[in-house]
Design a protein around this ligand. Structure first.
Ligand code: CA
Length: 230
């Protein structure tokens, strides 16, 4: 397994509230929100909680439990430090086995699989605009510039009870996976993301090219990517 990764503040934001991390076959990206560094704290608590969790071979339930644990850890931190009230975060988690990838997420951070020369989005954004697109009320293009495109329908730290789905997909040797915050997907179209991943061999070069391209296109948000090849 090969890995490349990069996080960047972008061109506009005063701080980077994204956090990422990985160990062994477990990869996590979290995109925090909430002023005064609270977003940064929420995303850091989430990544730390998930990377420290002990997963059982019942991956689906185990991943759900670990997301609930991260959610509770944020809520407990807000109880201790009320000045952090309102902080929250997205999360995208990828767990790789020999033949399967297990994927779970909350919010609009995404996971893609590049397999058989196809870039497949494995996550559905939990956002207002994604719902409007699904219901046919707006187009994908309209979603990209919609004034409420940052509104999430699910996030960690904002509710005690969370709906969590885990998807498992088969993988082929040589497949590549991308975990990213919306600072990437808001700035680069999927065909360009696919081209950057396909045309480069070195995973760190891919991660850095994705981030620099997002910055060249405006860098309106924090940008985080993890690229994995199996
Ligand atoms: Ca973001």
């Amino acid at each position: 397994m090969k890995v490349g990764s990069k996080t960047d503040q972008g061109k506009v934001r005063a701080q980077n509230e994204d956090t990422f991390g990985y160990r062994d076959n477990l990869f996590v990206v979290a995109d925090g929100m909430g002023g005064h560094q609270a977003g940064e704290i929420a995303s850091a608590i989430t990544v730390e909680t998930i990377l420290n969790a002990v997963l059982t071979s019942d991956f689906s339930n185990s991943l759900k439990e670990v997301i609930i644990k991260a959610n509770n850890a944020i809520l407990e931190e807000v109880d201790r430090r009320p000045e952090l009230s309102g902080m929250g975060t997205t999360v995208a988690v990828l767990l790789l086995e020999e033949d399967f990838a297990h994927v779970t997420h909350v919010g609009d951070s995404r996971i893609y699989q590049l397999t058989n020369d196809q870039l497949i989005q494995l996550t559905d954004d939990h956002s207002l605009v994604a719902e409007l697109v699904k219901n046919g009320e707006i187009t994908e293009e309209e979603a990209k510039i919609h004034p409420q495109r940052n509104i999430l329908t699910r996030a960690l730290g904002t509710q005690g009870k969370l709906e969590i789905e885990v998807n498992s997909v088969p993988i082929l040797k040589g497949d590549k996976f991308l975990l990213c915050s919306d600072g990437l997907t808001g700035m680069i179209s999927e065909p360009v993301i696919k081209e950057i991943i396909s045309l480069n061999e070195d995973l760190q070069v891919i991660a850095e090219t994705l981030v620099s391209t997002a910055n060249n296109n405006g860098g309106l948000d924090n940008i985080t990517v993890i690229v994995v090849e199996v």
